[in-house]
Design a protein around this ligand. Structure first.
Ligand code: PLP
Length: 422
């Protein structure tokens, strides 16, 4: 079968997507730059995506025309800033298909969102002997907060195993669920392997066991359509900077009843209704969880990124990324001694690999000289790599502005790596 036929197969038997990545690239000024005298090929999108001019302009426009502190001011700029911040919240609500904008809490990123859930919800419900389940392919930010919590509470962190290809063992998951399971927290799309986990099923099984389900959407929100109501998860987190928005802003979505019942995560301004020496009354949702001056410009930038993604079309973008992943997988498999790490049937945007006899850091260093930016190392998922008998991989990760030429440059760069280390 020809490469194109296989790629068409992956794209669901349709003709190729016809996605115009080339003209989209014009919106991303950094993609026109050179590194080491070569035009940049940016394939480190799982770490952070590049930002379109529309996002950069929204942030500078905010500082040029609107900047003021929010919620407390009676002057015009403060009202405008408040409006811009709250409009961004509504954009996130629409992105996630959430029922209510009050369920959207702005945080610094996925990491802070998970820590918030572990601290505020976890501390409240977990008792000695209870269990928290995570998967074998978690990012450290969905391991360490639960480890800290379990240590504090005398609870147990248990791990849903995965196959050598990076697919969860659902039967083992069902066996692990039990009357002591309080929380199941899992990654929607693995940043190390690219696996798309069967989120709806994982949530359903957690609920049947009486546990709540937390979804780490850091790698899914930018690449898949997320509908938190259809998913029926209890909490969902993602980071703005992986979704073409700025760093420093992210989102925790939670079911309203759960958020209402949770104590605050941090204390300070804006999260209170009234403070006396005797007693503090907390503000309503979502402000109860947004102590202090938030990243207003960050929220505005994230809102602009969501608008941008809407214009591109998330589903069209996802089909293109899937086509690219298929093409890249074929091209890389042609390279002798290269092994793809993570071969799940459902994958999104991530191609991890190792090259026989060559350390991933050496691969990354030579590719950098060729103008190709990838990530090498453990991808903050050390237990996942350890499970596969590895300490590091090289990882190319895609966004909708990547092209087949980018993949060809990666393949050519890898040929150069082999020459250097022959
Ligand atoms: N979860 C996953 C799957 C990730 O890939 C990442 C970042 O790489 C995170 C969580 C943490 O995101 P952040 O560092 O933006 O909080």
């Amino acid at each position: 079968m020809s490469a194109t036929a296989i790629i068409r197969g992956r794209a669901g038997g349709e003709a190729e997507t016809g996605f115009d990545a080339q003209s989209i690239r014009a919106d991303f000024p950094i993609l026109l730059s050179e590194v080491h005298g070569k035009s940049l090929v940016y394939l480190d999108n799982a770490a952070t995506t590049q930002k379109p001019r529309q996002v950069i302009d929204a942030i500078s426009g905010y500082y040029l025309q609107t900047n003021a502190n929010i919620h407390r001011g009676v002057h015009l700029l403060s009202e405008r800033a408040t409006q811009a911040y709250e409009q961004a919240r509504v954009k996130v609500q629409r992105l996630l298909h959430a029922a209510d904008a009050r369920e959207i809490v702005f945080v610094r990123g996925a990491t802070e969102g998970l820590n918030l859930v572990a601290s505020a919800y976890g501390r409240k419900v977990l008792r000695e002997g209870d269990e928290v389940l995570v998967t074998a392919m978690e990012h450290h930010s969905n391991i360490v907060p639960w480890q800290l919590l379990c240590e504090e509470k005398g609870a147990k962190l248990r791990v849903i195993p995965m196959s050598d290809g990076g697919e969860l063992d659902l039967q083992a998951y069902e066996r692990l669920l039990g009357p002591r399971t309080r929380i199941v927290s899992f990654v929607h799309v693995s940043n190390a392997l690219g696996t798309v986990n069967p989120a709806r099923r994982l949530v359903e099984l957690a609920h049947q066991a009486g546990a709540i389900a937390v979804v780490d959407g850091a790698q899914s929100a930018p690449h898949l359509t997320v509908d938190v109501q259809a998913l029926d998860a209890d909490f969902f987190v993602f980071s703005g900077h992986k979704l073409y928005g700025p760093t420093g802003i992210g989102v925790l979505w939670g079911k309203r009843a759960l958020l209402e019942a949770m104590p605050p995560y941090q204390g300070g301004g804006d999260m209170i209704r009234s403070v006396t020496w005797e007693k503090t009354l907390f503000n309503e949702l979502p402000y109860k969880f947004e102590a202090g001056t938030p990243d207003i410009a960050g929220a505005v930038g994230l809102g602009a990124a969501i608008d941008y993604l809407d214009r591109v079309g998330l589903e069209r973008a996802a089909r293109w990324e899937s086509e690219l992943l298929g093409y890249a997988t074929l091209r890389l498999r042609e390279i002798e001694g290269l092994k793809v790490v993570g071969t799940a049937r459902e994958k999104a945007g991530v191609l991890s690999f190792v090259l026989e006899g060559i350390h991933p850091h050496d691969i990354g260093t030579v590719l950098d000289q060729e103008g190709v930016a990838i990530r090498t190392g453990h991808h903050c998922a050390q237990p996942a790599l350890e499970r596969l008998g590895l300490v590091a991989t090289a990882r190319a990760s895609f966004a909708f502005y990547n092209t087949r030429e980018d993949v060809d440059r990666l393949a050519a760069g890898l040929a150069r790596v082999k020459e250097v280390f022959a």
